[in-house]
Design a protein around this ligand. Sequence first.
Ligand code: SAM
Length: 261
Amino acid sequence: MSTIHIVGAGPGRADLLTVRAARILARADAVLYDRLVSREVLELISPAAELHDVGKAEGRQEEIQGHILDLLEDCGRRHETVVRLKGGDPMVFGRGGEEWRWLVARGWNVEVTPGLSSAISVPELAGIPVTYRGIAGGFAVVTGHRHPAACQEWAAYAHVDTLVVLMGVGRRAEIADCLIAAGRDGDTPVAFVENGSTARQRVVVTTLREAGTCEVNSPAVMVIGEVVNLRGQLIQPAHFNAAVDLTSLLQVGEAHTRQSC
Ligand SMILES: C[S@@+](CC[C@H](N)C(=O)[O-])C[C@H]1O[C@@H](n2cnc3c(N)ncnc32)[C@H](O)[C@@H]1O
């Protein structure tokens, strides 16, 4: 019987993939992958495998999700090792849990392989630990895709030491306003880390009050909390300036830029 593997691809760099994920990709017969899976990771897939780019276009999510489930079953009928490859960890805002449940309900043999979630690894690679003794005793990871009317929902997160927002770039101004309205200090440091772990990594540091005015592009992780200031002690100041190769420092080889706004 065939096995459908739900696999996390990590934040981008291929050497941040788990060993188990790399082994599964090397023997895959078919792979369905998402938009955020990097080219570097795709290159580890067996050259004989059937590849399906099932990245979701804006506004067509439900239609494409139905197509993905049909395609998974189709591949499962024809192949022994089928991989559903998702950026980061498959169970963090990736519909991994929904696909897993749907497949099990239909009798498929499913195995899961976690990946490094961008929620923790992307801030970390930018010099921002999400917890730090005496500064942040906890953190929360939330989606920025919330209904605009639901400003009060952000109140529940306003006082979490470190708040990590995924998919929040488009609504950064609204998120910041809602958190401030719920009592978070407007001077709280904020970082946006774009394209974390890749050669295009870019870090923008600002405050909650100014977060809506910064130029930021997706994909980015938004980090809100005092831990953002640790970056200054964890990454040498010289490396904050444009186009510094941090290969020796962080082993990520990206060009870092720091922009305040
Ligand atoms: C649909 S969510 C998937 C999250 C993924 N499952 C994970 O665990 O990282 C996509 C969001 O993750 C964040 N993201 C994923 N990879 C990223 C990266 N390399 N750099 C910055 N943000 C990233 C962005 O906030 C993006 O909008």
